[in-house]
Design a protein around this ligand. Structure first.
Ligand code: CTP
Ligand code: MN
Ligand code: MN
Ligand code: MN
Length: 431
């Protein structure tokens, strides 16, 4: 009833991180329209567009958490994040089935090209704009010119564009994380392996596989990543990737309270790359007879293998293995030839984006929250922590900048209680 709805709007929690937002909600038609406007503003990416994007994001987040299906804009009375612009869009969708503003955007060549170009691994809005300014219409134009920046992500992202744009299924993601768990356990017994990102929030598909690794003993996780990549490489699962060193520095952390709302950068040691997922990964296990290869126990890499790959000089050569050789040579010829040659060859695997993140146990539960997302949940929780509590929240911890102290957590629940937030289940963080 209208009275009940009004009551509900009055009590509606102000922050997205205080609300439950399931993947399936009642206002999909409205949120998808608002999200087009949000995306358009994000891609245009001027300062003004940035605040517009934020407003659309907040509005669609509210719609996702509403306990009723909106049939009339009157029902939105009292909800502070639903502004006049959004109300117009919602009325249009409710009255005519679509919004003309949204339709215009979807039709525009600029938007289509931006969407296409930014769907390439390694391409953000600024590079996409530069490509459009060069007059490029499609990915063939980009392929013809090779990889102008020499960025390995773009070269491989273009070569494996089709594979990488087939959504990763939950079954594949789980199959791969089980192998990561097995190999990591051989290298570092007791290792904690968690499938994070959208899959942890219950999504059945994703654009990549995000895996967070830690160990009950703080510091024991050091040295795991290169060995793990080597072990996965030995199993033929690695196509290309890049390691980033841990760059966390508490002295820098305490110096700056600036919330980089635009970036989500953390300082964990990580590997960002592309893996080779055998096609059998996406086939559910039926019986031992039909799919013997997935049901057999998979022996992990031997100790001697690991000693060899743990050697630091070998570690350097591993780096070369996973980076285009062209970096060493002049020009970008090799960088573009190599990935194309591999992608064109007959193969029984799909290229999949994988992020492996290493967190020490003392930061693990904050890393878990950060890497579970959603992106909007993180942005909102970080802003909430700053504005309401005067604390800085990152994937490394929650920090009191005045006292120069971290608020440590031994569980995800404790992260929420430090934040004075009700605990929200990962499946309810799809805000
Ligand atoms: N994230 C982060 N730091 C990064 C990259 C991502 O903290 N450098 C967070 C994102 O905010 C997100 C989660 O880690 O909450 C996973 O990122 P991503 O894979 O981009 O998004 P998903 O939610 O997993 O979406 P998808 O299913 O499309 O992969
Ligand atoms: Mn959104
Ligand atoms: Mn993801
Ligand atoms: Mn990711």
């Amino acid at each position: 009833s209208p009275a009940e709805e009004n009551e509900c709007n009055r009590n509606f929690p102000e922050w997205a991180c205080q609300r439950k937002a399931k993947l399936e909600h009642l206002n999909k038609k409205l949120t998808s329209a608002v999200e087009v406007l949000q995306e358009f503003a994000e891609l245009r990416d001027s300062n003004q567009d940035y605040s517009r994007a934020l407003a659309f994001r907040r509005a669609s987040s509210v719609l996702k958490s509403l306990p009723f299906q909106v049939q009339n804009v009157e029902q939105l009375k009292g909800l502070k994040d639903i502004g006049e612009h959004v109300k117009t869009v919602i009325s249009d969708v409710l009255d005519h089935g679509s919004s003309s503003e949204v339709e215009e955007i979807l039709k525009s060549e600029w938007f289509k090209k931006m969407k296409l170009f930014t769907s390439v691994f390694g391409i953000g809005p600024s590079t996409a704009k530069a490509w459009i300014e060069r007059g490029w219409e499609n990915l063939d134009d980009a392929q013809k010119d090779g990889c102008p920046s020499g960025d390995w992500r773009i070269a491989w992202g273009l070569a494996f564009f089709e594979d990488l744009n087939v959504p990763v299924g939950r079954i594949e993601a789980i199959a791969f994380s089980q192998i990561v768990q097995e190999e990591a356990e051989c290298i570092l017994p007791g290792v904690i392996t968690t499938l994070v990102g959208g899959f942890r929030r219950g999504k059945s598909q994703g654009h990549d596989v995000d895996i967070l690794l830690s160990h009950p003993t703080d510091g024991a996780e050091m040295g795991l990543l290169p060995k793990l990549i080597a072990a996965l490489g030995k199993r033929g699962l690695v196509l290309i990737g890049h390691k980033e060193k841990n760059s966390f520095r508490s002295d820098i952390l305490y110096q700056d309270f600036k919330l980089s709302a635009r970036g989500q950068l953390d300082h964990f040691e990580k590997w960002l790359g592309i893996c080779k997922f055998p096609k059998s990964f996406s086939t559910p296990k039926i019986s031992k007879k039909s799919k013997p290869e997935i049901n057999q126990p998979t022996p992990c890499t031997t100790d001697t293998d690991l000693k060899a790959t743990a050697d630091s000089s070998l570690d350097e050569s591993m780096n070369e293995l996973y980076e285009p050789k062209a970096k060493k040579t002049k020009g970008s010829e090799a960088i573009e030839l190599e990935p194309n040659r591999i992608s064109a060859a007959p193969r029984d695997w799909l290229a999949r984006r994988v992020d492996l993140i290493i967190a020490p146990k003392s930061q693990y539960y904050y890393a878990l929250v950060g890497w579970t997302g959603s992106k909007h949940f993180n942005r909102d929780a970080r802003l909430y922590a700053q504005k309401k509590l005067g604390l800085k929240l990152t994937s490394h911890g929650l920090f009191n900048l005045e006292k120069r102290e971290p608020l440590t957590a031994q569980s995800e629940e404790e992260v929420f209680s430090h934040l004075k937030l009700p605990y929200i289940d990962p499946a309810d963080r799809n805000c």
